[in-house]
Structures are given as structure tokens and as C-alpha cells.
Design a protein around this ligand. Sequence first.
Ligand code: SAM
Length: 280
Amino acid sequence: MTGTLYIVATPIGNLEDLTFRAARILAEVNVIAAEDTRHSRNLLRHYGISTPLISYYRERENSRAKELVARLLAGESIAIVSDAGTPGIADPGAALVRKARAAGIAVVPIPGASALTAAVSVAGFTSSEFLFLGFPPAKSGSRRKWLETLTIYPWPLVMYESPRRVADLLTDMLKLWGDRPAMLARELTKTFEETAQSTLSSLLGHDITLAQRGEYVVIVWPMVAPDKGGDDVDGLLRWYRDQGEVSLKDACHRLAADLNLPRTEIYQRALTIWREKDDL
Ligand code: SAM
């Protein structure tokens, strides 16, 4: 009998955010592969779990994965945890998952905390679409090029960023995209948790302590109709039309959701506005 590989989500701050099932699995497996064993030992101590830990970090992912697959094939069960949140989301885990699957081993998710879902849950997206991007490139030149490739996306963009670079990231976005609506979620579930939602310039200015500390999720919304204000339906429709990235139908669909208006009403305006362009 081969063992099972469990991908276990752990808290992103508040130690109470571990599920009952996660605690049971961590106590039952033969070994826990952890990104940082010292960090995970605190969590295990809190829950009175004494399962042995071995280290599993990015630089050793491939060699460790081979070793762990051999143990799984020999019948041991293994849990993998990262320092915070869900392994495999901007964290080690993927190499072991792929190798275990290729070897026919059962890979079981034990869902729970993630900074991504925590931040999105308090962002108030009106549609269920968003784009998660992990970490932006660290160097400013590559980051700017990377941001340029994202300009056309019509969805909220969600990313992780280190406290040392978050102000530079917001500044680059402001230069490239103008003053888009944005949100910072800092230190979620921890003592100094802070969330602030306004625009890029005011987040940079006053709303939140951009201290070089803490952990951040950054969300930026697509710009709608620059200079027109957020609820000018005609302006927004013209903006969608001129961007040329979405069809008339999709533009109506998005605006109806964003502005909470009946789609038929927006559709009538859209027909006129799309026709305007044909008349030009
Ligand atoms: N796998 C993790 C998850 O599912 O949340 C993310 C790991 S990634 C290496 C770490 C990044 O997640 C941090 O740099 C930060 O951007 C974000 N993050 C983690 N914990 C956070 C928290 N408590 N509040 C806000 N952001 C957090």
C-alpha cells in the first residue's frame, strides 16, 4: 500500500485558523515536510502535535521530492506545509505534487487559510472574476514591463508583495495606469491587521502605513472611463468600445454587474454608442 500526500493549509497569522481536519492529519501522518521547520514547530507545539518534521524549501524541492516520493511508495503518509497559508500558492509544493501524481500516489488537499482568499473575501468584487498574479518581478525594469502586459486586462488584479517593494509597486502602477481604484490588505488575521480601499494615489499618500514591515496583498481594479467618474454609463461604454478588448455584450454584462443596473437598459445605450463609432 502506498501512502497519501496531504497538502495542508496552515494559518497566515492567527494560530486559530487551522481546521480540525488539518490538525488531525498533521497528527496522524508519519512525517511533515515543512518550508521552515522552526516556524512550523511553533504551530505544532500550539496544537500539541509531535509528528516529526523535515525541511522542504524551494532550493531543495526537486531532490527532496524524489526522497519523499520514495517514502510515500514505501507506505508512509506525508503532509506538506508552508510557512503560512496554502502550499503551492506562491510557495513550494508543486514539484512534489507533480512527482507524486506521476508515481500514482494519492494527493489530497486539506483546504484552509490563504492570504489570497482572505483578501479577496473582503474586497467586495461585484463579479466573481479576478486575476491572481503571485509576486510581481522584484527589479523595477522587469516590473514595469510586466505591468505593461497587464494593462488590457479588464478584471481586478490580485498580487502579493513584500513590504520593501509595495510603495514602488503602487508608484509604478500609478504612473502607468493613472489613479485606479486599489486595495491593500496588510497583516491579515494578525494583531495589526489593516485593510484600506481607495485609489493608488491616496493609498500611497495617507490611507495606510506603508511601513517597511508586514505582509501585503495588493488589489488593483481596472480603470473605468478615465476622467468620467465611475457611474457615467455612456462614458464607460465608450471606454470599453474604444479599448476594443471586449464585445458589446461583454461590456454590458460587466457594467450591469459593476453598477448594479438592469442589463437591458445598458444594452440599449450600448447599441447607440457602438453605432456612433460606425457613423464617425
Ligand atoms: N501560500 C501562501 C498563501 O496561501 O497565502 C502565500 C505564500 S507567499 C510566499 C507569502 C506572501 O503572501 C506574503 O509576502 C504576502 O504578500 C502574502 N501574505 C501572507 N500572509 C499574509 C497576511 N497575513 N496578510 C497579508 N498578506 C499575507
